[in-house]
Design a protein around this ligand. Structure first.
Ligand code: HEM
Length: 405
């Protein structure tokens, strides 16, 4: 049988998809020495772990994966503790709260960024737009000073590097721990101030939120804001860059989206399947669990390959083809817990920000297409994806006819 490239190898980093196929076909359960984890790649297995109907998995792995940078967040919680904390934060990310308060925030921040390059005829959609919008939006939603957006950008970069530090680089670990301290020093005075003088922002909402007599402590709120930076920043950034890279590689689909903006939601759902921003999520087994290819002992770390599961040929026809019109991906449920791709996970930790991410992409892509109707990749440029844990285009230089207005 063909050797499966190691997930920490250069070959894998350059293009993980051939390795994913080999794993699904012939090695659906791999013991991986370097990360001390069992790697799974088939859709049905990853779905089963995320849904966790039988209570066979915990998120105890986050105690070492994210606790050192974020503190305790809802990702580490389970049972009632998780349900209550999630109920405290979830309303801010859906329905009228999202529509009325935060869509204008997205529109404004997106327009500000586009104004920075619309008259020039060229831009790097990654550096000038995708890496900026989600962090700016979160900082703005929280009601933080615009002057601090740049610091937020730096923090989220170190936090996400910590999370993806599978090889255990000590400098990356140290930078992540420094960020935890700096972020706490920054947030605590603001949280205290917001408790005294509440405003119309998300931070004030989090301070006041109450479920079953439970309120969030300063530490809870700080940890949640820190999680928002990574969970909502890095991911949405890769999604925005990814949808553009995919559409630019398929000009006929780009033309269709340009004509009919309602197709952005389809293009986004297919992007999440085809090139998900988060490629790996870990869980810990509570007891012994049997999955395709073997049995996992109690207390083991299981690495769930979302990037592999989303291209499972038993689930999708011609899975390596990007096709916004595919009929085997339900694009109406793609942003809810009934999603039939795994980019937002499933089950109790299903991404709380899925609708916010969708709104950012719909507004952002729409505004970008308005500003650059003839957008094309810069001559001779071929987008290169980077990252193993999270993955997306490294840069995306484009050209377009500058607008006179
Ligand atoms: C959870 C992906 C956008 C906030 C998750 C998880 C995934 C994910 C895979 C599950 C983690 C796990 O089960 O271990 C994504 C992707 C996004 C995105 C691909 C963009 C396309 C956002 C945004 C926010 C956000 C915009 C908020 C600002 C969260 C939070 C959780 C989460 C708070 C934890 C939920 C819980 O533990 O109950 N996300 N996310 N995400 N996401 Fe997102």
């Amino acid at each position: 049988a063909q050797q499966v490239p190691d997930i920490l190898s250069a070959e894998f980093a350059a293009d993980p998809y051939p390795a994913y196929r080999l794993m699904r076909e012939s090695a659906p359960l791999i013991w991986h020495e370097a990360t001390q984890s069992y790697i799974i790649s088939r859709y049905d297995d990853v779905e089963r772990v995320f849904k966790d109907k039988g209570g066979e998995f915990t998120t105890d792995n986050y105690d070492w994966q994210i606790e050192p940078v974020h503190g305790k967040t809802i990702l580490q919680m389970s049972g009632r503790e998780h349900a209550v904390r999630r109920a405290l934060v979830a309303p801010a990310f859906r329905g009228s709260e999202l529509q009325e308060k935060f869509l204008p925030v997205i529109e404004r921040n997106s327009r500000d960024l586009i104004d920075g390059f619309r008259h020039t005829g060229s831009a790097d959609l990654v550096a000038d737009y995708a890496t900026r919008l989600p962090v700016n939006v979160i900082a703005d939603m929280l009601g933080l000073d615009k002057a601090d957006h740049q610091r937020f950008h730096g923090w989220y970069t170190t936090v996400i590097a910590f999370l993806g530090n599978l090889a255990g680089d000590p400098e990356v670990t140290a930078a992540g721990e420094r960020t935890r301290v700096e972020f706490a020093e920054y947030m605590f005075p603001i949280i205290r101030e917001r408790r005294e003088n509440p405003g119309d922002d998300l931070l004030s909402t989090l301070c006041a939120a109450e479920v079953d007599g439970v309120r969030m402590s300063d530490e809870d709120i700080k940890a949640f804001c820190s999680l928002l930076l990574a969970a909502g920043g890095e991911t949405t950034d890769k999604a925005i860059a990814g949808i553009f890279a995919n559409l630019l590689r398929h000009p006929e689909q780009l033309a269709a989206v340009r004509e009919d903006r309602s197709l952005i939601a389809r293009a986004f759902a297919e992007t999440l399947r085809y090139t998900p921003p988060v490629h790996m999520i870990m869980r810990q087994s509570a007891g012994e669990v049997t999955l395709s290819g073997g049995t996992v002992p109690p207390g083991a770390t299981v690495t769930c390959l979302i990037g592999a599961a989303n291209r499972d040929e038993t689930r999708y026809r011609d899975p390596d083809r990007f096709d916004i019109f595919r009929d085997d991906l339900n694009t109406t449920t793609a942003f809810s817990a009934a999603a039939d791709h795994l980019a937002f996970a499933l089950g109790r930790h299903f991404c709380v920000g899925a609708l916010l991410a969708k709104a950012e992409v719909e507004i952002g892509v729409g505004q970008l297409l308005d500003a650059m109707p003839d957008v094309r990749v810069a001559d001779g440029f071929e987008p290169v994806e980077r990252g193993v844990f999270t993955r997306g285009p490294q840069s995306l230089p484009v050209r377009f006819t500058p607008r006179a207005d």
